[in-house]
Ligand binder design. Structure first.
Ligand SMILES: [Zn+2]
Length: 528
């Protein structure tokens, strides 16, 4: 491929021009590619080089070349370097069709789409062919006839790598006609052709993906009949359409995705099809909090643009990112959350985006230059949490909102411990114990909040632990101090009511009798 690329780009800038066919965007460089079969034979696309090469050979060859370079194979894929990627590499080197088994939000589709980076940049085909016939090995009757008549003048067109990728979400209503094709009896009658003649076939998705990668998401949702059709194509290149045998020796790399539980469920996948899938590769959620945070940070939309009239700087404290990620790790382990469907990595991504938006909204309202998310903003992001967790019966009884709130609180507690475990916070707790209360409003501007928080003895000094100095903007200090209070609330050292008012911890407010088993001396004293 290196050779082709050099040939194509020599001294030219790749300007976008409209191609003749199908309105596809091809680069200017493609105009310099050989346009006839004769020219093709004498180019870098010689019969020697690509004549006998299948899609799987092409992927393998390009992969081998990439493995010799130090650059990462799938840039942007975090946490799979030691697990999923090596297995995928092995599958491609083995020229296998493969399946990625994993729960939702594990970047399965994204990984599969990246396979296009292993395809040649341009791939020649017989111009006008619906199934992108190989110029040296055409399988359709039309192209075989055309090459016979035109010979070296047969026109050649090109596919880019992206155009050689077809993806289909399997649903139970997908038909053979959608997937493989249909026979048009009227067309056959008009042309006086035999009904089983290939010229009367209206091609489905699979033949149209010929010479490329065909991906089927959620394979177990595909009806058994379609699975049989798929198997026949993979096995023999033969398929029955409406009872007529049609021969389609397609050249494809087939990749699938599925939820592991659906895939292994008896009867969901026909055995011969399972047999033809060379490798089963398990994907997984990030193993460490750091990996999760790296993915979330990469995917979440945090670098936002503002109009000149409201230039706002968004600063997301690390502890906020940690709480958001921790929340997802806790949700994945929580017994109230359905394990079979999992908790997608899209959850922390949307939560963090919502958290930033809430801080943005507050900054705009109070005309502040710096927007800093607070723990409170995570609670405000409930709409991006509840829809992404499937609850078990126990969770349903409690309600999505309650479960989500409890998870946030637990996450805050864990992250708080990371910074403040063993820290002496008795002064702060005491302030509340002797009757101090503090109500924090969601819309409250940073200066007013710092002022209010400053009245709590010992609180602002604690921010040193978060490596904050007194010179930080109010918004940063307000968020940090609120995090400390939320942490104390998570550990029930202080309380917080529905109106977001912090007060004394539950133990202090309740009568001493409830602290342990009732004790006689206490009672007696009361009556004294
Ligand atoms: Zn053709």
């Amino acid at each position: 491929m290196g050779q082709v690329r050099r040939l194509v780009y020599r001294g030219r800038s790749a300007r976008l021009v409209q191609s003749v066919k199908g309105g596809r965007q091809l680069t200017k460089a493609t105009w310099d590619l050989p346009r006839t079969l004769g020219a093709l034979r004498n180019s870098a696309f010689s019969e020697d080089r690509i004549g006998g090469r299948s899609v799987k050979d092409e992927l393998r060859n390009n992969l081998i070349r990439k493995l010799q370079c130090p650059t990462p194979l799938f840039p942007g894929i975090v946490g799979y370097e030691e697990t999923v990627v090596p297995q995928m590499v092995n599958a491609i080197l083995s020229r296998h069709n493969f399946i990625l088994l994993g729960l939702r939000g594990q970047a399965k589709t994204r990984l599969i789409r990246m396979l296009t980076t292993l395809l040649d940049e341009f791939s020649p085909y017989v111009e006008g062919c619906e199934i992108h016939d190989h110029p040296y090995r055409p399988i359709c009757r039309r192209c075989r006839n055309l090459i016979q008549e035109e010979g070296d003048d047969t026109p050649i067109a090109y596919l880019t790598a992206e155009h050689r990728y077809v993806e289909k979400l399997a649903t139970p209503d997908v038909t053979i006609a959608d997937m493989i094709g249909d026979i048009d009896p009227i067309k056959a009658a008009r042309r006086g052709q035999d009904i089983s003649d290939e010229l009367t076939v209206h091609y489905g998705l699979l033949p149209r993906a010929n010479r490329g990668i065909f991906a089927i998401n959620e394979l177990p949702d595909l009806a058994g009949k379609i699975q049989v059709g798929l198997f026949n194509i993979m096995q023999e290149g033969d398929v029955q359409i409406k009872g007529y045998p049609v021969r389609l020796p397609l050249d494809l790399m087939l990749v699938f995705t599925a939820n592991p539980e659906d895939y292994t469920a008896r009867g969901k996948i026909i055995t011969p099809l399972k047999d033809r899938i060379g490798s089963e590769i398990r994907t997984h959620y990030p193993v460490t909090l750091d990996q999760g945070m790296a993915i979330t940070e990469q995917e979440a939309w945090l670098e936002r643009a503002f109009p000149e009239s409201a230039p706002i700087e968004v600063r997301v404290p690390v502890y906020i990112k940690e709480i958001v990620e921790q929340l997802v790790f806790l949700a994945r382990e929580d017994k109230r959350v359905d394990k079979r469907s999992g908790v997608s990595q899209r959850l922390p991504i949307s939560v963090l985006e919502n958290v930033v938006s809430n801080a943005e909204r507050r900054a705009l309202k109070s005309k502040e230059q710096v927007a800093v998310p607070r723990v409170l903003d995570i609670y405000s992001a409930l709409p991006s949490i509840t829809g992404k967790m499937e609850l078990e019966y126990e969770g349903e009884l409690k309600g999505g909102d309650t479960v989500a709130r409890e998870l946030i609180r637990l996450a805050v507690g864990k992250v708080y411990d990371k910074y403040f475990e063993g820290a002496n916070v008795s002064q702060i707790v005491q302030w509340f114990d002797i009757g101090g209360t503090l109500k924090l409003d969601e819309g409250q501007d940073a200066a007013a909040m710092v002022n209010a928080l400053g009245s709590i003895q010992g609180l602002m000094e604690k921010l040193k632990t978060l490596k904050l100095s007194a010179n930080e903007p109010d918004a940063v200090r307000a968020s940090a101090a609120e995090f400390v209070l939320e942490g104390l609330y998570a550990h029930r050292r202080i309380s917080r009511n529905e109106e977001r008012e912090f007060g004394a911890g539950e133990r202090k407010r309740e009568s001493p009798r409830e602290e342990g088993p009732p004790q006689r001396p206490n009672l007696r004293r009361q009556y004294n």
